[in-house]
Design a protein around this ligand. Structure first.
Ligand code: SF4
Length: 747
């Protein structure tokens, strides 16, 4: 039995597995059973995906050999080739693209299918940086709006207390937050449960009655997708109207709440109170007003406002689904403002809201492996890569380009490592497929993966990568947590598979960069090197690699006995410990946003803005149902697709309320067609009252499988989602979807 980290795939967790090996084959997987299991240092217990991993490891569809494309791009026709032929072709294509277009034409896209320190896209980024660089990116498909919006209020993304502090909360609002299914830090649901056992009331606000709502909450409040800022505004209205705010805290620690505290240069602008009471637009943001938008009864809105404002300290935890939307920034800012005006910032048991990286230092590292500096200074928002393929040379600041005034070239060569975001996870799959099918645009597409994913089907060369059980790796917590987890090599790589690192080393050799790239280290050497970095920074007591390996502990963890509270110093003395905002205070009104001069899309105070696809727009006549693509326990995004155990437990299907199914003559288990102008999907359906009427949910991550007519028969929600981005963050708005549903054919 070997203890190891669960192969890391951006699930939102980092758990410890016990892997049983017989004759070089993994025969069983169990999870963390370390004695103790305290709140300060809890076990890192695996979810069903980690426990089912054996079925992915030994899946018959795993790639075993390098492949070269022999059909048209996207046709999925490949021929087996040798490693030598594959590597020679890659090196010659790299040299050709570099000579013809320069290094800015290379792109190593966002991809999280393999996500530990020594495996995944950063291995390719390191080589690219040594090779002269590539077009960079910022932001992610997970957190674009929340990571841009949170600092507009607090000046930082480190707004979260260590989670042990939730046990001090008396009230927890889980807003669009579903840690039982997407996880959001191993043990987040455990800490909520512990807080509840101590007496905290837990309320879940979500269009779906999620497993988190079922398992953790005292009450589920269904809300129409994309209207969170309306309900939040009405809650603020009630608090102000009924004098439930922490007026002293607002006066001493905030700016922009009312006309008495507007920043210099914006004295006459609309304050937050002006917005709430309709001083300028004539619309008071009352619960009655919000009810017609968000679908939550006015009495419930007022009650939740009173509960959150008076049951203190309280946590308003914002999940990420609500910000992957048209104006996702607004809900984030509105939630932060609710935390601020109730005085829940900087106190034990409170929560500042926003992205909430862990205090005091931002929490776990995302990257230790040294990618080096990228000589190409241009970076784009991660979601705008198709724009950079189509019109890179025209892209500048207005498209979120940073580092240069304009891009030098379009993207011509993509090296996708552990990345199914090119096709499957990007908005509007049919559009992306058309773009990638054109060989004059992206001239060379290299994919490294464990499986022939929908993205890999568009590759010119596909390289077979071993799993994380078959090489060395290292990981620390996902967003939260205070541990380092060793991932030793457990079994041999099958077929001709190799690790990402080894593949990059061999490409480096053909580019004359092998020694510079490897520094003569193996994967295991880099694990030891990374452990040294941890020892020099977050974890001075972390053992050596030999000690960790010999003890078979799998993990080094630091108990949290005094959880850090974000902004505690600022709370105590705002003059001595100002925030890194322009005013030094919590910016309910942001002068920076005000000065952008785009109030309809980027208002200076958080507002509800009707989305560009909405039940209230003309598009609803044709497409009356809101669709969301929630995280699902059968997959981590698109990873673990095809694992039969998981598919049996959590089959891919459309969730629809009987209220919407009835008039469409749809019965439980029927095959249904879901479509809009971007595409169509056919899957079976599940009738359930656990989704709000007017809303359907299609779990995200299923692999796009078009039939001869282009109708997806597997259920990729991104056939329906859009490539349009949010105004401030240039982030993905992939949950803003309107669709129609009808019965397709007999089940
Ligand atoms: S939460 Fe993530 S790391 Fe933990 S077992 Fe599940 S898939 Fe693995």
């Amino acid at each position: 039995m070997i203890r190891t980290g669960c192969p890391a795939h951006n699930c939102g967790g980092r758990c410890l597995l016990k892997v049983f090996v017989r004759d070089g084959v993994i025969v069983r997987i169990e999870t963390d059973d370390r004695p103790g299991d305290t709140v300060a240092d809890p076990q890192l217990r695996a979810c069903v995906r980690g426990r089912a991993y054996r079925k992915r490891q030994y899946h018959p569809d795993r790639l075993m050999h390098p492949l070269k494309r022999v059909g048209k791009r996207g046709e999925g026709k490949f021929e087996r080739i040798s490693w030598d032929e594959a590597l020679d072709r890659i090196a010659s294509e790299f040299e050709r693209v570099k000579k013809a277009y320069g290094n800015s034409a290379f792109y190593v896209p966002y991809g999280t299918g393999s996500y530990n320190q020594i495996n995944g896209r950063q291995t390719a980024q390191r080589l690219m940086n040594l090779y002269g660089g590539s077009l960079g990116f910022y932001n992610s498909y997970s957190w674009a709006a929340i990571s841009a919006a949170t600092p507009t209020v607090y000046g930082t993304a480190v707004t979260g207390n260590q989670r042990q502090d939730w046990l001090n909360a008396k009230y927890i609002l889980m807003w669009s937050w579903n840690p039982a299914e997407m996880r959001d830090g191993t043990n987040s649901e455990y800490f909520v449960q512990k807080a509840r056992e101590k007496g905290a009331r837990v309320v879940c606000i979500d269009p779906r009655m999620t497993l988190s709502a079922v398992a953790l909450a005292d009450e589920w409040i269904p809300i129409r997708p994309g209207t969170d800022a309306a309900m939040m505004s009405a809650m603020a209205y009630v608090m102000v109207d009924e004098k439930l705010t922490d007026a002293d805290f607002v006066r001493t620690h905030c700016v922009g709440f009312d006309e008495t505290q507007m920043p210099a240069g914006a004295e006459g602008a609309e304050s937050y109170k002006d917005y709430l009471f309709g001083t300028r637009d004539g619309v008071a943001k009352t619960p009655e007003w919000a009810e017609s938008i968000c679908g939550v009864p006015r009495a419930t809105i007022a009650r939740i406002a009173r509960e959150y404002a008076t049951t203190k300290p309280g946590v308003l935890y914002q999940g990420y689904g609500m910000q992957r939307r048209a104006y996702g920034e607004q809900a984030v800012r509105a939630g932060c403002v609710l935390a601020a005006i109730t005085g829940n910032v900087g106190v034990p048991g409170g929560w500042a809201s926003g992205i909430a990286l862990q205090a005091p230092d931002g929490g776990p590292f995302w990257l230790v492996f040294p990618v080096g500096e990228n000589p190409v200074k241009a970076i784009i928002p991660s979601f705008l890569w198709t724009e950079a393929v189509l019109r890179g040379k025209d892209m500048g600041e207005a498209d979120g380009v940073r580092g240069v005034p304009k891009l030098a070239t379009d993207i011509k060569c993509i090296w996708a490592v552990a990345c199914n975001a090119l096709i499957n996870q990007h908005g509007n799959v049919n559009r992306t497929a058309r773009i990638l099918a054109d060989e004059k645009k992206v001239e060379f597409l290299l994919v490294q993966d464990n499986f022939l994913t929908p993205t890999a089907k568009f590759a010119d060369i596909v390289l077979p990568v071993c799993t994380q059980f078959e090489t060395w790796g290292l990981e620390d917590g996902w967003k939260y947590g205070d541990e380092v987890i060793l991932m030793p090599k457990i079994v041999e790589p099958p077929g001709e598979t190799k690790s990402d690192y080894r593949i990059c080393s061999e490409i480096a050799a053909r580019l004359g960069l092998e020694k510079t790239y490897t520094e003569e280290r193996t994967e295991r050497d880099w694990v030891a090197w990374s452990l040294d970095r941890y020892r020099q920074s977050r974890f001075p007591g972390v053992p050596s690699l030999d000690e960790l390996e010999n003890s078979n502990a799998g993990i080094y963890s630091v108990p949290v006995t005094k959880p850090a509270v974000a902004f505690a110093d600022f709370r105590r003395d705002p003059a001595k410990h100002p925030l890194p905002t322009p005013s030094g205070k919590i910016e309910i009104f942001s002068k920076r946003l005000h000065d952008m001069g785009r109030p309809a899309e980027i208002p200076a105070v958080p507002k509800y803005i009707q989305e560009w696809e909405s039940p209230f727009g003309p598009e609803a006549a044709k497409y009356p149902l809101s669709a969301i693509g929630h995280h699902y326990l059968s997959r981590v995004h698109s990873t673990l697709e095809g694992v039969d155990w998981l598919e049996e437990a959590f089959p891919q299907r459309l969730f629809i309320n009987p209220v919407d199914a009835g008039p469409r003559k749809i019965k439980n288990g029927d095959r249904v067609k879901i479509w809009n102008d971007r595409g169509a999907v056919v899957v079976k359906c599940r009738l359930t009252p656990r989704i709000m009427p007017g809303v359907v949910a299609l779990p995200q991550g299923a692999w796009w499988t078009p039939d001869a007519k282009g109708v997806d028969r597997r259920g990729s929600v991104n056939v329906l989602s859009s490539e349009r981005w949010t105004p401030l963050a240039f982030g993905n708005a992939q949950h803003t979807i309107m669709v129609q549903v009808e019965k397709a054919e007999a089940a």
